[in-house]
Design a protein around this ligand. Sequence first.
Ligand code: GRF
Length: 215
Amino acid sequence: MKIAVFISGRGSNLQALIEGCQSGEVPAEIGLVVSNRPGAQGLKRAAAAGIATAVIDHTTYDSRESFDAALDAATQRAGCDFICLAGFMRILTEDFVRSWRDRMLNIHPALLPAFPGINCHARAIEMGVRITGCTVHFCRPELDNGPIVTQAAVPVLPDDTEETLAARILEAEHVIYPMAVKLIAEGRVRVINEKVRIMDGAYPEREKLISPVAG
Ligand code: GRF
């Protein structure tokens, strides 16, 4: 599996994926990192790891369609057959999402379907939920929607601010994103009736509040 990772900023999830692939834990290769923002910190992480990068600046395209066509062309040109969205802050067109159906993952810092969209840490605190978390899912055209591959539950503590909660969730993100990609790269993930089934035996859970479970 050859992956294109799409980013817009910091790239800490990208870093977790790079480390997973480089250590051999995830049997996949990152063939390209694409950023829609020229100054994204994640571009430096990619370069440091010797991974090809492309800046596809959305502000230089006059439509979503032409921007997405450029993303698609760069991904294909790099020989990538899978896309991981990792903090990529652009909404993709329905056509693009359809053409990468079950070959494109996203990570979201909440337990979907709760708190889709932006500001989800603040909204979780505001709503007084005791547990939130993060989700890796296949993409469907609706934002933050699609079959769920992995989730991790993370407690909300009484004195949490948006920042402390985001930091706690981010640690879990760095565990479950490589885990999801590993399962897919191993050919153990099927989407059946819009639900993910993990095949071939139990996955050793690293922590109690992390799923998936096989079967
Ligand atoms: C993460 O919280 C991710 O879940 C969300 O955007 C953030 C990206 O962080 N979609 P990073 O760029 O991976 O550090």
